[in-house]
Design a protein around this ligand. Structure first.
Ligand code: DX5
Ligand code: ZN
Length: 236
């Protein structure tokens, strides 16, 4: 069985000690960080205002001796095309964009994915809880996207409750990948984002998720990071 990848979400970490928090992840053997980039506008809240290219660049520079560090940037902003070049220059590994920011339109989404990959980044696509998973199949068919971020909460805040609509989407994606993508040589990882904790992780894993993003359950767990991590990695 391929091991589950845990991707800690920096949103819930201690922002006064980002270096220490990233180090904690590396020390625990989870070199796959999830960085939510919100501009306070696309997700219309003054609180949904987070990191930018300076932060990505600082982390990349500080941990330049750890090239295995994956920096996934989840981009929830207005006019996302403005940020692609800056995120590539800052050392982003994978840029995950919102399907809904593309006017629900396959040609725009495909052009955007092409732009991201042309700058040397990997590309991920994210869908909101209310978005039907089948709308992204034509984008997956292009082979430009290697991760689907299935949101199990409305993006914007950590610590929200897991919406089980994500489970059915993960199962559908799994089936679509096995039947339609793998035979054509296209690989895809299924990531679940939001509301993941020791109660919800096992059903996400059983449904077929490859990557679990977790913020609150890791960084704000009274049991501590290491213990919280091993709970998440346990299969249900
Ligand atoms: C949702 C974000 C998530 C968030 C998850 O707004 O896209 O990445 O950080 O946080 P938890 O794990 O606390 O639900
Ligand atoms: Zn996210």
């Amino acid at each position: 069985i391929t091991p589950i990848i845990i991707s800690p979400s920096l949103l819930a970490s201690d922002w006064s000690d980002i270096k220490g928090e990233v180090q904690k992840c590396l020390d625990a053997g989870v070199p796959w960080l999830h960085v939510d980039v919100f501009d306070g506008v696309f997700l219309d809240s003054p609180h949904a205002l987070t990191f930018g290219p300076y932060m990505i660049e600082s982390i990349r520079r500080r941990f330049r001796d750890r090239p295995e560090l994956v920096l996934d940037v989840h981009l929830c902003v207005e006019r996302p095309e403005r940020y692609v070049g800056a995120m590539a220059g800052a050392g982003t590994t994978r840029l995950i964009f919102q399907w809904e920011a593309m006017g629900d339109e396959i040609n725009s989404a495909a052009a955007f994915a092409r732009y991201i990959t042309s700058l040397g980044m990997k590309c991920g696509i994210s869908i909101n809880p209310e978005t039907d998973v089948t709308v992204i199949y034509p984008l997956l068919d292009t082979g430009m996207v290697d991760v689907v971020d299935v949101l199990a909460v409305e993006p914007g805040f950590g610590g929200q409750e897991f919406n089980r609509v994500a489970i059915q989407k993960i199962e559908m994606l799994r089936r679509y990948r096995d039947e339609n993508l793998i035979p054509r040589g296209i690989d895809l990882k299924i990531l679940v984002d939001g509301g993941i904790n020791s109660d919800t992780s096992s059903c996400a894993i059983d449904a077929g998720a490859d990557i679990l993003v977790a913020g609150t359950a890791l960084f704000r767990n009274p049991k501590g990071f290491e213990e919280a991590l091993s709970e998440l990695q346990e299969r249900g």
